[in-house]
Design a protein around this ligand. Sequence first.
Ligand code: F6P
Length: 568
Amino acid sequence: MNSSITSIVTRIHTPVSALHAHTESLKAQSMSDLLSDDAGSTSGIRRANSLAFTFGNLHIDLSKQRLTTNTMALLKEWAESCGLANKRQALFAGKKVNTTEKRAALHMAARWPETETPPVGMEEAVACCQQQRERMAEMVNRVHAGKWYGATGQWVTDIVHIGVGGSDLGPRLVSEALADRPSSEKVAVHYVSTMDGSQLLPLMERLNPATTLLVLASKSFTTADTQLNVKTALAWLSHALEVDKATVCRHQLIGVSTKPDKMTAFGIPESHQLVFKEWIGGRFSLWSPIGISVAMQLGFDAFEELLAGAHAMDKHFLEAPIEENLPTLMALVGAWNCQFLNISSHAVLPYDGRLKSLPAYLQQLEMESNGKSVGLDGRSVTHTTCPILWGDVGPNAQHAFYQLLHQGKHTVSADLVAVAGRHVSTSENVDRSLKAQEQLTLANCLAQSQLLALGDDAIPIALRGHMAQGYRGNQPNSVLLFKSLDPAAMGTLLALYEHKVFVQSVLWNLNPFDQPGVELGKCLATSLYQTLAGEPLAQQNVEDCGTNQLLNKVMEWRNKPQHKGCSL
Ligand code: F6P
């Protein structure tokens, strides 16, 4: 066969071109067509059952995605053509899958149980993580025993966890999600991440300085946000306790980082340092000592339940065949939506206020991992990659942006995450009312998922002609339903998404473990900070008139000399 015909045949028969061709066949089918049983057929029921999956206390419904069993078959071929099995094996074997930083990505090692033989290549990492966990447990148990004393001899009652990005979002999310879990521990945990001091100020006003323990969580130990938050917090404690900063550091500061030398230079005693390794990425570091504040809040046993839930998902991801592999299915559906259905907006809609930080957590996990346009081969990719993730607590969002989702011009995919049972033991009347609220929340989640999918076809027959139409429908969405929200469920949920992100990076030929795109912004901010502070410039930024006129407005309001540079 000559080369031109070969290239045509090759072009037509790649899994990607087959998937593009397949989108044409779906255009005529609405979600209603796919989800209903017309004329006695059981196609709708078969579909719903074939696209529903249960893993422990987690049930995932993919039936309201715009795809068919043929689509799933083509997606599976695509995953196999990308060498997913080998890439997954390399990940778990500690290969340098983070190609630009020449590192492994072994966050799974941080939750691999001592009682289970790790995959070949992960052994050393697992042993290292176990040692870290032992040090974490010692510190947690000392605080819980009331034996961690502050600079003035009072024992610790409050933890202020200071970190940002992966050093904040995972621990914060889990702490919030499990805040109502009955705990015998009497330690309150507070999270501070925002560089502007707005989260620190109210804490400095209401916490007792003598019984507050700071956690400085920073993988690099160089992030300015965190460094300045800790500097302010230390100044507060030093002033309030009338001791010097070094004394505060010795008694009321735990450091969590990959940089022990920097922690020591900062004044953190080695005994108050928790060190983890570079092969745990920031957004994958909840399972490492970065998660210590979760253990402080919930107890170390609960933290280990969290790890166990994530480990269960690791094993599932490693062992389940593609057609039942939940992270892989979620990844394929997501890639189908954004790369083949051209849906670039994805909403994360938790139907449980305890998961209010899930959108923010997934924004970093997904967009900092796959928000890229250069492939592993160093060349620009020609296909789309990660969609724009956003979202809010679903019940509140129904009073905010659902109008756009239902009658706007944008196609939006969505993950709705709900909890079927919230066991709260209170007085009978309160409990009855809470149960009603639980029912209302669940009902709204299911209703909105149906309406997003069916649009006008969801209008009850009796109301047709009496209710305004214009519900667009065909908004693809998945429902993730938990039987209850406990540490293991949280571990399973977050590991599910971690592996989903990894699979998508394989599909898109990306390195999900670096974040080169966040460096320049920090560099430019350093110079602008020095300009605003009247300090000498380490390096001269590129001058633009827009930025300069803003700088000069600030200088004017501060009665400072105008900044030189572009004319106003
Ligand atoms: O946003 C860039 C980033 O490096 C994230 O990847 C990371 O989670 C965050 O900053 C905080 O970094 P560190 O833990 O080193 O302070």
